[in-house]
Design a binder for this molecule. Structure first.
Ligand SMILES: CC(C)(COP(=O)(O)OP(=O)(O)OC[C@H]1O[C@@H](n2cnc3c(N)ncnc32)[C@H](O)[C@@H]1OP(=O)(O)O)[C@@H](O)C(=O)NCCC(=O)NCCS
Length: 135
């Protein structure tokens, strides 16, 4: 069974295993927890049996008009079970009072986000790869 929470009470870095797959310079589990502590909004998917975090989504916001969703990931062995969908639904509901809700994704992920009423636009980005492991 998967439970969805938006509190870090009792969450330890040891529970945050298996994320940032394919990243050249992935965050440590300690940095991942720090990121969750500092972000404006987050939801976690927890496997109740193993007590591991198996998915997460974050958002940052100006608290007036705009919110941005930088991270969504489900641990590979838990993908395809509806966890990513549930995390996006929970976050979109959390952000429902904002005017702008934006995210960046690869072309191949656009069908996934279209399911939630999101639509494609043009975006610009910059990446400081030296800092991929975090500030
Ligand atoms: C993208 C991701 C979060 C999806 O999570 P998931 O738990 O596997 O997705 P779900 O099982 O909830 O799938 C929900 C729906 O989206 C579809 N879907 C899932 N991944 C998809 C993809 N890459 N492209 C298109 N559709 C996709 C599913 O078929 C499902 O459709 P349905 O509800 O009509 O049957 C997950 O694949 C992941 O963590 N990928 C690696 C990290 C990543 O790419 N994050 C997004 C960064 S923008």
């Amino acid at each position: 069974m998967i439970k969805y929470i938006n509190t870090l009470e009792g969450i330890t870095p040891q529970q945050l295993e298996g994320f940032f797959v394919g990243w050249l310079n992935p965050l440590t589990q300690e940095k991942h927890l720090e990121l969750l502590e500092k972000t404006d909004y987050f939801w976690l998917a927890i496997d109740v049996e193993s007590n591991k975090v198996v998915g997460f989504i974050t958002a940052i916001s100006d608290q007036v008009l705009a919110a941005y969703i930088p991270l969504l990931e489900v641990v590979p062995s838990y993908q395809g079970k509806g966890i990513g969908r549930r995390l996006v639904e929970l976050m979109l509901d959390t952000l429902k009072d904002y005017y702008m809700i934006d995210l960046l994704c690869d072309e191949e992920k656009t069908p996934f986000y279209k399911k939630f009423g999101m639509y494609k636009t043009t975006a610009m980005m910059f990446r400081n790869y030296d800092q991929q492991g975090g500030k």
